[in-house]
Design a protein around this ligand. Structure first.
Ligand SMILES: NC(=O)c1ccc[n+]([C@@H]2O[C@H](COP(=O)([O-])OP(=O)(O)OC[C@H]3O[C@@H](n4cnc5c(N)ncnc54)[C@H](OP(=O)(O)O)[C@@H]3O)[C@@H](O)[C@H]2O)c1
Length: 257
């Protein structure tokens, strides 16, 4: 288990939403490898149990909690059970998210609601539930919202997702403003395109490769590319950062093509 005084998260309780796959699973592993007590949360319990088992066999500490961020009762229950299993939450990684790739003209009311309810309402619900417990306990904390470069720029066929992530950027800044007095820092990471199981095939395809050419660094990101930003914002290395949006995208947003 590595330690680094600047980016130290040893003994901190970190709740990671959407930890059953992709980036969330990676964030949970990274925080646990650095000595945080991780609570991995999502809807698919069997995947969370497998992750917790893997973290424990690597010598880390982790727990699994079922969570549907679109359900306020589930948010309250999961937050309480996370604190019951691991102790007061110090770090929330608000990572749960879904995308819907449809032309805007085809988007249904239900599609729009599902994407907004998960990526935006869900992140706000989680932030509020965790902040209430931090404020009541008079404990400082760090909230890291996983936004996207699509909260800062546009792409076709991702209307609801882009709207939700843009609003999450504003939520990040507004909560940072309100909660600084309680010692709660609220920041966001805006990843560019990162390879996870859900898009690996696409990036290997011809249209996927064309997209890679629009990234100034000429490559798609790997989950490990987000580790530095995560640890910066989660730990005291980011003690004077709140309301920041850290873009990690190989230069994608600065390319206007
Ligand atoms: N990969 C990228 O290129 C990229 C780029 C920018 C931003 N992001 C953002 O990064 C985050 C993770 O994306 P990913 O690529 O890792 O996708 P992913 O592999 O599909 O992971 C999404 C996670 O969110 C969870 N989730 C979805 N709906 C949920 C709900 N209602 N309640 C609780 N958990 C829920 C899923 O778990 P269950 O299904 O088990 O609930 C899953 O663990 C998302 O917020 C995404 O928008 C990704």
């Amino acid at each position: 288990m590595s330690s680094d005084p600047l980016f130290d998260v040893r003994g901190k309780v970190a709740l990671v939403t959407g930890a059953s796959s992709g980036l969330g699973e990676h964030f949970a592993r990274v925080l646990a490898a650095r000595g945080a007590v991780v609570v991995a949360a999502a809807r698919r319990m069997e995947r969370l149990q497998a992750l917790v088992g893997a973290i424990r066999s690597d010598g880390g500490t982790a727990h699994a909690v079922q969570l549907d961020v679109a359900d306020p009762a589930s948010v309250d229950a999961a937050t309480a059970s996370a604190a019951g299993l691991a102790g007061p939450i110090d770090i929330l990684v608000n990572n749960a998210g879904v995308a819907d790739t449809k032309a805007s003209i085809e988007l249904t009311e239900a599609d729009w609601r599902r994407v907004l309810d998960t990526n935006l309402d869900g992140a706000w619900r989680m932030a509020q539930a965790v902040a209430k417990s931090m404020i009541a306990a008079k404990r400082p904390g760090s909230i890291v919202n996983i936004a996207s470069i699509l909260g800062l720029r546009q792409a076709t066929h991702l209307l609801a997702y882009a709207a939700a992530k843009a609003a999450l950027v504003q939520v990040t800044k507004a909560l940072a403003l309100e909660w600084a007095r309680h010692g709660i820092r609220v920041n966001a990471i805006a990843p560019g395109y990162i390879v996870t199981d859900m898009n690996r095939e696409f990036f290997a395809s011809e249209p996927g490769q064309a997209m890679v050419k629009r990234v100034p660094q000429r490559r798609i990101g790997e989950p490990r590319d987000l580790e530095g930003a995560l640890l910066l914002l989660a730990s005291d290395a980011g003690a004077y950062m709140t309301g920041s949006v850290v873009v990690v995208d190989g230069g994608h947003v600065v390319n206007s093509l």
